[in-house]
Design a protein around this ligand. Structure first.
Ligand SMILES: *Cc1c(COP(=O)(O)O)cnc(C)c1O
Length: 388
């Protein structure tokens, strides 16, 4: 993995709950636990921080990271656009107020109904990354505006999003020519450096490569008008990350360096960078038991629920306890509520001696958490509520 980025030279962000323990107790009283709390002001703050640092970049929030109505609606009110991957996500975006002209569809491998349902509802921009996908577009949405996705080789991202999608840069011209032969309009180029990208220089490297493809395409008469730099913006979990401002500022400089001489529409598809910090989980200790000399705590949410990001997203969530600085900490295991022994939330965080019934807060629970939670074992997924 990554040449580790020295954060000392940058302002950093740390994982912070969006509610206090006093607020959490009131919420738990009213709504029960587990409950995920959306902070609408944090949604707005992250959106506006990105906009301010990259004033020429339009933001299409990646609904995949968290399609909760409270997040989508708040972003819609703030002026954001939306990136969707399916008819289900498009419906969620429509219900939150986004109109189809403020959406793009970025799934490179689509089913027939995914294309036709979205097209019929007004979606006009779709991503492709191979010739067979062009044939689907000819059949189901020949008038669509297409964006060709390139594979990106990221060095610092926690999650590689180019193992499955994106064409090699040396295949790009072939796909563009095949699109032209079929009468399709490719109007943009996109990439995704990978999720939880820790170093903005990954974007710069990819932008230089993209510019080479771009110039070759334009020289052959392709009328490209949109550059899509994808998502990847990082969020703080147990490790701090660069502030959104610094990260986006560096990406903006790279954009000026690589595409500043062209008049192109530039968009980004941030998911985690906007949504992760906006939600905090309130979870309760259900049981405790000393096993093999170590304390085990059982809480009411786990890896089948909101902690699903621990499995699918490699996220390392921090467990926050009340009055932590005044309490002595001990090694322990924290497990989720299902009967599966894989349902372990933490084995390496030291915690105070927790009481049954005590609440824990888990910050940075806004991405790839509720979006991938299941009701396995007959347990309800966490309720979602909003605060200002
Ligand atoms: C998942 C995804 C995103 C969002 O990625 P983040 O790392 O959460 O910012 C954006 N675009 C596409 C095409 C994706 O698949």
């Amino acid at each position: 993995m990554a040449p580790v980025l020295d954060l000392s030279a940058h302002s950093v962000r740390l994982a912070r709950p969006v509610v206090s323990f006093d607020q959490a107790r009131e919420i738990a009283e009213e709504h029960g636990t587990p409950t995920l709390v959306i902070s609408r002001s944090t949604v707005r703050r992250n959106y506006e921080a990105m906009r301010a640092a990259m004033p020429n970049v339009e933001l299409f929030y990646a609904a995949k990271s968290n399609p909760a109505h409270g997040i989508l609606r708040t972003l819609c009110e703030s002026g954001s656009s939306c990136d969707v991957c399916s008819w289900g996500e498009m419906k969620a975006a429509l219900a939150a107020g986004f109109t189809p002209d403020r959406m793009i569809h970025t799934h490179p491998c689509k089913t027939e109904s995914n294309i036709t349902d979205c097209w019929n509802a007004g979606m006009r921009w779709f991503v492709v990354d191979c010739v067979p996908e062009l044939d689907k577009m000819v059949r189901w949405a020949p008038e669509a505006n297409l964006i060709l996705r390139l594979a990106a080789s990221s060095q610092s991202s926690l999650i590689n999003l180019s193992a499955k999608f994106g064409c090699a840069t040396d295949e790009a011209m072939h796909i563009l020519r095949e699109a032209r032969r079929r009468g399709l309009k490719v109007k943009g180029i996109s990439f995704h450096v990978g999720s939880q990208c820790l170093n903005p220089s990954d974007y710069e490297r990819m932008l230089f490569k993209t510019r080479e493809v771009w110039d070759e395409a334009v020289a052959e008469g392709f009328e490209l008008e949109m550059l899509d730099v994808g998502g990847g913006f990082p969020a703080p979990y147990r490790r701090p990350v660069m502030s959104l401002e610094s990260f986006c500022h560096q990406l903006d400089n790279a954009l000026v360096k690589t595409f500043g001489d062209l008049n192109v529409r530039i968009i980004a598809e941030p998911g985690r960078g906007i949504s992760a910090e906006t939600m905090t989980l309130i979870t309760k200790v259900l049981g405790k038991n000393k096993r093999g000399g170590k304390m085990w705590y059982f809480i009411d949410d786990g890896v089948y629920g909101s902690f699903s990001g621990k499995l699918f997203d490699h996220a390392d969530f921090e467990l926050v306890t009340e009055n932590a600085i005044e309490r002595q900490h001990f090694p322990c295991v924290v497990a989720g509520p299902t009967c599966d022994s894989h349902d372990i939330v933490s084995e390496d965080q030291e915690l105070p001696d927790l009481e049954i019934g005590e609440l824990l807060l888990v910050p940075t629970m806004g991405s790839y958490t509720n979006a991938s939670a299941s009701p396995f074992n007959g347990l309800d997924v966490a309720k979602i509520i909003e605060v200002e």
